[in-house]
Write a protein that binds this ligand. Structure first.
Ligand code: ATP
Ligand code: MG
Length: 557
């Protein structure tokens, strides 16, 4: 494509509010433009990257036997009423009315829509079956930010599997897991598949695919020696604690315990858990993990109890709360580390006072000990190999065993071999296609611009004429452009710009290979440069095809 007539509006400066590197670079290099908060246009270069990623996804999905379909982005509210999600989904679901006052949603996800279609599959003979689409999704995010990383309109690949048995679902899930690994590997991403929390919607097994990047909003706990990786909320703590040899002293109330080190303190926190309350105890140098509390109690909603409730139950504020005089209806749950504390300090339900010499076995009425704390860096890895480290990750995909929630609420059943009606067993599998663009840029850039992996680059190579006014240079370049276009996607910078501008733009856009036609064109010599390694060499035009083959092979590895 001739750059002189391509819409690539590059900018020297990014808008000040663009914090993420990918956001800045995609704007500056003219890949995207913002039209409203969290809503973007993909300009020609951005659209080409999107197309490359979509094709990789299509190839890997099709290779599993999954079938592509396309469902509407606008969905009737009736479907969302069937599952109850019209009420549950909250303000992130964008809603609108048509001229007849009928309610619709802009699809935030497609479970209802696909399940409504799958109702027509009514025999076990048709199953298993997996269907997918690549479609625009809408979520009215509270804080759209970081450009394509968290938009309000974004592009998602969503797939859904339908099986007759639990084992079948396990199989479909495994197939998707493998396909996801292939997709993200082909996109050139450094990623981890991590154990994740299944959230509210009735599922159990789920994994998130995380691209490692500091801008990522999720924390991943991973082992420094094994393949273990987990969303930090899900990581089990398997620390072994030791009791100190101190001898237990008599329990006392004191006003002089303010300087006690964190590891000697017991933190007590009251949670409202559905219709009941739980008092959770952890050591002062640990943090409570309320996802674990929710899963432990199989609760729907876990929230911090409000100050009024705490005051009416314990007669104090949340800061003075201790594990004493606990009302009957409050369950006391403590992290295992508490059991090993000797002469600890806790709140005394009284301002300015504390209990000292608290010895949990002797002094506290604990109903249950359970792993309730967040894992920390340095803790032993739950798989028994190595220690935990933290990294930040961008969620680029998620796979999820849904079970029968949708098929049961929406009546998507099949007749089994014995003619008995059964609900289909479902899985769902998402990839953030547009978010993946940003994740790739987060991992592949330097201070001059983006560095596209060959597999997803908008063009394979950038052909640049240093001086368009030089007849010889122009002729050589035109001839090369014609030849190279037969084998590669070429962006041909035929603009009458200064060389400095062209090179700066070229570095910013970051195509994998650059071919520069300059002064030595008269001798038939051009310059070949890899954006990634910065390696540069002179090549005779006759040798260029072989040299390009070599370098593209290297870059595809
Ligand atoms: P997040 O936790 O980041 O809000 P999610 O878990 O709600 O995402 P899913 O419902 O799992 O998202 O959607 C599937 C995929 O769609 C995600 O893994 C992510 O890659 C992508 N995605 C979700 N929300 C957005 C968004 N606002 N902008 C861009 N991509 C998104
Ligand atoms: Mg998710």
């Amino acid at each position: 494509m001739r750059q002189s007539h391509t819409f690539v509006p590059t900018l020297r400066e990014a808008p000040a509010d663009a914090e993420a590197a990918s956001h800045r670079l995609l704007l500056r290099a003219g890949f995207i433009r913002q039209n409203a908060a969290g809503i973007y246009s993909y300009l020609p270069l951005g659209k080409r990257v999107l197309g490359k990623i979509e094709n990789i996804i299509r190839e890997e999905m099709d290779a599993t036997g999954a079938q592509e379909l396309l469902m509407p982005a606008i969905q009737p509210a009736e479907l969302w009423h069937e599952t109850g999600r019209w009420e549950v989904y909250g303000p992130e679901l964008m809603r609108l009315k048509d001229r007849h006052e009928r309610d619709f949603a802009l699809g935030a996800t497609g479970e209802e829509m696909i399940t409504s279609l799958a109702r027509e599959v009514n025999s076990y003979k048709k199953l298993p079956m997996t269907m997918y689409q690549i479609q625009t999704k809408y979520r009215d995010e509270k804080r759209p930010r970081f450009g394509l990383l968290r938009g309000r309109e974004f592009i998602m690949k969503d797939a859904y599997s339908f099986d007759t048995t639990k084992e079948g679902l396990d199989q479909s899930y495994e197939v998707m897991y493998d396909a996801y690994r292939k997709v993200f590997t082909r996109c050139g991403l450094n990623f981890r598949a991590v154990l994740a929390d299944s959230g509210a919607m009735g599922g159990k097994d789920t994994q998130e695919f995380m691209a490692l990047a500091d801008i990522g909003e999720d924390t991943i706990a991973y082992s420094d020696t094994s393949q273990y990786a987990s969303n930090v909320e899900m990581a089990e703590v398997q620390s072994e604690y030791e009791k100190s040899s101190e001898s237990p002293l008599a329990l006392e109330k004191s006003d002089g315990a303010a300087d006690t080190p964190a590891a000697k303190r017991i933190i007590a926190k009251l949670f409202s858990v559905d219709d009941t309350y739980a008092l959770v105890l952890v050591r002062g140098d640990h943090e409570i993990n309320d996802v674990k509390l929710k899963n432990l109690l199989d609760a729907r909603i876990v929230e911090d109890a409000d100050e009024d409730t705490i005051r009416s139950m314990f007669g104090c504020g949340s800061n003075e709360l201790g594990p004493f005089q606990v009302p009957e209806e409050v369950k006391v749950i403590a992290d295992p580390s508490i059991q090993y504390m000797v002469n600890a300090v806790s709140g005394a339900n009284e301002k300015g006072m504390a209990f000292i010499n608290v010895n949990p076995d002797r002094d506290l009425a604990v109903d249950q000990y359970a792993d309730l704390r967040l894992i920390q860096e340095g803790d032993p890895s739950p798989d028994g190999q190595g220690n935990i480290r933290f990294a930040r990750g961008i969620e680029i995909g998620q796979i999820f065993k849904l079970g029968t929630f949708y098929s049961e609420t929406m009546g998507a059943g099949f007749l089994d071999e014995n003619g008995r009606a059964q609900p289909m067993i479902m899985g769902c599998y998402g990839i953030g296609v547009s978010r993946t663009i940003a994740a790739i840029v987060e991992q592949n850039h330097d201070d001059r611009g983006m560095i596209w992996p060959l597999s997803v680059a908008p063009f394979d190579l950038h052909l640049i004429v240093v001086n368009m006014k030089d007849e010889g240079q122009r002729e050589t370049a035109e001839k090369l452009y014609e030849q190279l276009e037969n084998h590669y996607d070429v962006l041909y910078d035929d603009r009458k710009e200064r060389a400095g501008v062209k090179f700066a733009d070229s570095d910013l856009i970051g195509l994998p290979i650059r071919v520069t036609v300059g002064k030595k064109a008269s001798e038939g010599i051009v310059e070949l440069k890899s954006r990634e390694s910065g390696e540069m060499r002179e090549v005779h035009v006759d040798e260029l095809p072989a040299a390009l083959e070599e370098i593209t092979e290297e870059l595809s590895r």
